[in-house]
Design a binder for this molecule. Structure first.
Ligand SMILES: O=C(O)c1cc(=O)[nH]c(=O)n1[C@@H]1O[C@H](COP(=O)(O)O)[C@@H](O)[C@H]1O
Length: 225
């Protein structure tokens, strides 16, 4: 089975991101480049990392706008041939349908449901009553009906989502090895728990990138899977 870990390269500098990718590339299955990286380095930066590390790229742009704008943005990144791209499920069904229609045929489009940095109280403050579990399941249904490949959710919900969407593609961030600092993440589980519950991709950033020895940290996480 291939390594499900995608390392989040949340670093502002291209050289530092490339160095980290090259250091751990044998112990992760892919690389995630997000807003921080894309705003700073754009297409050029993505191609640089992809060509150097020769690993699948998850372009985490969390697109969220009217359908026409999101579809155009999706078309504009097709030349980068990302393996995975994110949109926000709260953008609605038509936005997700148009995003998927505009994506390249080898790109999985997945919808962010409820950020792992939020809990039930935060959700209530946005005007949505109920549990994260119910909210994630509702948005997973919407993403499924829109024809997306899967969703992003926390490891606390992935088991339930997997039961109702058997062939879905599930990206799980907010992962913390036992004893690791949660930082700004609120709905955390261990990488192993998320894997056992049906995660397809495990997104891991700071537990590797901020470790004293990133290579040892990546190896240690791999050994738990
Ligand atoms: O879409 C994501 O990847 C994402 C969704 C989410 O709900 N929570 C979340 O943390 N992420 C991303 O996953 C990574 C988590 O990083 P660490 O908390 O450092 O492991 C970051 O790059 C986030 O942007």
């Amino acid at each position: 089975m291939s390594n499900p870990v995608y390392l989040a390269l949340d670093l502002p500098q291209l050289d530092a991101a490339r160095d980290l990718a090259m250091k751990v590339r044998a112990h992760v299955g892919g690389l995630k480049l997000g807003l921080e990286f894309f705003c700073a380095h754009g297409h050029h930066g993505v191609l640089d990392i992809a060509h150097a590390a020769k690993l699948p790229i998850f372009l985490d742009l969390k697109l969220h706008d009217i359908p026409n704008t999101v579809a155009s943005a999706m078309q504009a990144i097709n030349t980068l041939e990302p393996a995975i791209v994110t949109v926000h499920a709260s953008g609605g069904r038509a936005m997700m349908e148009d995003a998927k229609a505009a994506a390249g045929e080898n790109t999985r489009v997945v919808a962010v449901t409820m950020l792992t940095s939020l809990d039930e109280r935060d959700l209530a403050r946005t005007g949505i009553e109920g549990s994260p579990h119910d909210h994630v399941l509702r948005l997973a249904d919407l993403a499924h009906d829109a024809g997306l490949d899967g969703i992003v959710c926390s490891g606390q919900e992935v088991g339930a989502v997997h039961k109702q969407w058997k062939d879905g593609f599930f990206v799980v961030p907010g992962l913390r090895p036992a004893g690791a600092a949660a930082g700004d993440q609120k709905r955390t589980v261990t990488p192993r728990s998320a894997r056992d519950d049906g995660a397809s991709v495990l997104v891991i950033g700071r537990p590797i990138s901020r470790a004293e020895d990133p290579l040892a940290a990546a190896r240690a996480i791999e050994a738990t899977l």
